[in-house]
Design a protein around this ligand. Structure first.
Ligand SMILES: [Zn+2]
Length: 240
């Protein structure tokens, strides 16, 4: 068994580092309470075993997984969702404007890269789909999910058209997906977006949550003053 790289970023909430692949410090998140397990993002298409091992480390199993929430369709986030969705009685949750890309009903959009983004990612010509996964529950901005004191869905278009983020009020945590990231010690606007201007507006909406802690799709978490740090995020991959 692999030794999972787990970090408890607030009570009941664990960050799982997804090792391997080309992505910068890729993360999924695991919420555990008496009702079971909620997974937020699922890593690459080969990450299900690592997530299974992580649950074992936390004294949970496949049958404890109640819900998988996908922040967006990219293969480093939705990659293992289809496999995990078959572990048991699992509800797959995605944004209303993202679900067609997750299910494969529609081809997702290709990001518009800045010159600096091209220097790290090369030319992107295909949308990075993972294996198609069913979606059971479409969510809209302001919808509330029954965990962590009533987790609020925040639609965050920009990285992809239907990206979502989550605000967990009980631990005061925002999980940003790829709308925000940590890179080299800085909080930054997420990279490789379909619409950078819209992504910048979405970032401000995440700052407005007032969250103390932030967990990013990529990078190290922000364990204090998260909202202020997101509001002050820099954009090192801008061409301007
Ligand atoms: Zn992404």
């Amino acid at each position: 068994m692999l030794t999972p790289n787990l970090l408890e970023i607030s009570p009941s909430l664990y960050r799982l580092r997804i090792e391997g692949g080309l992505a910068h410090l890729l993360n999924s998140y695991i919420w555990i309470d008496a009702d079971g397990v909620t997974l937020i993002d699922t890593g690459w298409p080969d990450s299900a075993q690592l997530i299974s091992d992580s649950l074992s480390t936390l004294d949970r199993g496949h049958s404890d997984v109640r819900r998988v929430i996908l922040t967006h369709f990219h293969d480093d986030h939705s990659g293992s969702a289809a496999e995990i969705a078959n572990w048991g009685d699992v509800e797959v949750v995605a944004g209303r404007d993202e679900a067609a890309y997750v299910t494969g009903a529609e081809q997702g959009p290709v990001a518009v890269l800045t010159a600096k983004e091209k220097s790290i990612a090369g030319e992107v010509t295909q949308p990075p789909h993972g294996p198609a996964c069913r979606v059971d529950h479409l969510v809209d901005d302001g919808d509330v999910l029954d965990f962590a004191g009533g987790t609020r869905v925040i639609t965050t278009p920009g990285h992809t058209p239907g990206s979502i983020a989550l605000y967990l009020p009980e631990p005061s945590v925002v999980l940003t997906g790829d709308s925000v990231a940590e890179f080299g010690g800085d909080v930054i606007l997420g990279v490789i977006n379909t619409d950078r201007a819209e992504a910048s507006r979405s970032l401000i909406r995440l700052a407005e949550t007032g969250a103390d802690v932030a967990g990013f799709g990529h990078g190290e978490p922000c364990l204090s003053e998260a909202s202020a740090r997101i509001r002050a995020a820099i954009d090192p991959f801008s061409d301007v």
